[in-house]
Design a protein around this ligand. Sequence first.
Ligand code: TMP
Length: 206
Amino acid sequence: MKGLFITFEGGECSGKTTIIKTLCKVLEEKGISYISTREPGGIDIAEQIRSIILDVKNTAMTEETEALLYAASRMQHLKERVIPAIERGDIVICDRFLDSSLAYQGYARKLGMDAILKINHFALDHLPDLTLFIDVKPEVALKRLGNRNKSDRLDLEELEFHQNVYDGYHQVCQMYPDRIRRIDGNRELEVIVEECVSIILEFIGR
Ligand code: TMP
């Protein structure tokens, strides 16, 4: 039996990482076979591409190059890690996927959704079965960033960019209403985690 591909999406500091950690503990307790991974990254080649994209020194990187590097990292990760896991029957939990490129590069960097879909052509055959979008207003989320190091090129963007990413995500939700579930991320983290876990357990039939 084939596994399932489940992705998490959201702006900076939306709480995805904490949600995924808790979810993985629950899957483990229930003896459900899964892998947890992330984009850009998750395997050696894609992690190397991630370092290039996020390096604060790379201020000269064009929007187009950025979008192509995300797409390249995505394909390597899909083929090397995600598809084999799904074929084995695992649940794949992935922090970010194509929807991030649509919201960040397509909408916020203004390359357009069509251009992003075109350069991610190979990934379109492997869209997630379910996506949870953690919906937190950037001004709320970025207050959390205040307590954390601004460590990469995208963390250094201004509020306006993150507002555009947020609007971009809402557009992506409209493009894929059957696949993407919107989760109100402005609540206590515990409540959000509980809702995400219960949606996923229901989706995988547990
Ligand atoms: P992370 O902080 O969630 O690990 O993601 C790294 C950064 O990369 C984050 O600012 C979002 C950004 N990103 C894109 O702009 N496009 C993409 O396709 C992906 C996967 C991430």
